[in-house]
Design a protein around this ligand. Structure first.
Ligand code: TXA
Ligand code: MG
Length: 318
């Protein structure tokens, strides 16, 4: 199969309605899209990405008025948060209705719903008139794609079409939240911060830590977003500058603000990975606000830490 980069939302929609899968742009990262109500089409997503079948997909819809078709017992907080952040990068985990096939949610009784803001994706949603399931358009465990060319590198020969919408304007995934009674949980940090959700909902938001995440969000795996070149944290990036050895450096603090750091995160990881370095070193950004999402991706992409003591370099694998 020869993968073609296309510009027509019409063509992409036609493919999806025929039960095919198409990569398309969202405001966060590129997605690999299928008709969420067609189990055969959704199966192709799992097969193409080699995604484990226990990891549920996000279902994208055009607006909040669609939520009741696919979910029940929707808490009021959802409407409050959506009023401020939809369309946009927040994903709501809700009790699902039976119309959503089990394969979409990996057999669990909740569905993750998101209202994307990217105009091309919105055009596809409108033309299809169906909910669209779409994970990030990378091979399982690898770096999320933020351009059509990135998708081509990930999925060349595996899919027919990539709808090109240029570079994703946000560059990091949506924030995944869930609800229990009056409580709100962050299952995955993303572009919209915990603080922002607290401000609009008037409620404290609890972070789900990795150890507990197996039950709440099967997709929160320890290793993810990973380059093929080993990536290590160091608190001495300076040491690796001007070294003769082949070491890549990713220092997202140089961007000066967290939005730029998030925007460049996956692009920088991908660029460094393509250089053929022996290994890449990096460091955390400030761990607040959007910094939490950036640090989460770096941590999951990393192989561990590297320590320098009197010119001796030691790798501590995670
Ligand atoms: O920005 C985004 O969210 C992008 C674009 C394409 O929309 N999508 C994305 O999808 O990042 P994916 O599949 O790479 O990540 C979806 C995350 C996973 O961590 C998955 O486990 C979680 O959402 N998720 C999906 N359905 C869930 C559910 N019912 N309960 C808990 N977590 C869920
Ligand atoms: Mg992903």
């Amino acid at each position: 199969m020869k993968t073609k980069i296309i510009n027509s939302a019409d063509k992409a929609s036609g493919e999806i309605l025929k039960g095919g899968i198409v990569a398309l742009p969202t405001e966060t990262v590129y997605g690999l899209a299928a008709d969420a109500l067609n189990p055969g089409a959704v199966l192709k997503i799992y097969e193409t990405k080699k995604r484990p079948d226990f990891n549920p997909l996000i279902v994208h819809v055009s607006g909040i008025s669609e939520f009741e078709k696919y979910a029940v017992s929707i808490p009021n907080a959802v409407y409050k948060i959506a009023e401020k952040f939809s369309p946009g990068p927040v994903t709501y985990v809700l009790s699902k209705r039976n119309v959503i096939p089990d394969i979409v949610t990996a057999g669990i009784d909740t569905v993750a719903l998101r209202i994307p803001s990217h105009p091309l994706f919105r055009e596809v949603l409108e033309k299809c008139g169906r909910p669209i399931a779409a994970p990030s358009a990378n091979m399982f465990g690898r770096i999320s794609p933020t351009t059509a060319e990135d998708v081509l590198k990930e999925l060349n020969g595996k899919i027919e079409y990539i709808l090109d919408g240029g570079r994703c304007p946000i560059g990091i995934e949506s924030t995944v939240i869930s609800f229990e009674g009056e409580r709100i949980f962050v299952l995955r940090h993303g572009f919209v911060t915990k603080e922002e959700i607290e401000a609009v909902s008037g409620k404290e938001v609890t972070e789900i830590k990795e150890s507990a995440s197996k039950i709440s969000s099967p997709g929160m795996l320890k290793s993810h977003y990973a380059p093929l070149t080993p990536l290590y944290f160091t608190d001495n990036i300076e040491y690796f500058k001007n070294k003769e050895s082949s070491v890549g450096i990713i220092d997202l603090t140089v961007y000066g603000n967290l939005r730029e750091a998030a925007l460049n995160l996956f692009a920088d990881l991908r660029a460094a990975d393509e250089k053929g370095y022996d290994f890449i070193v990096t460091k955390y950004v400030e761990n607040k606000g959007l910094g939490r999402a950036v640090n989460d991706r770096l941590k999951k992409a990393s192989s561990g830490n590297v320590i320098i003591e009197r010119d001796k370099v030691t790798f501590l694998n995670k």
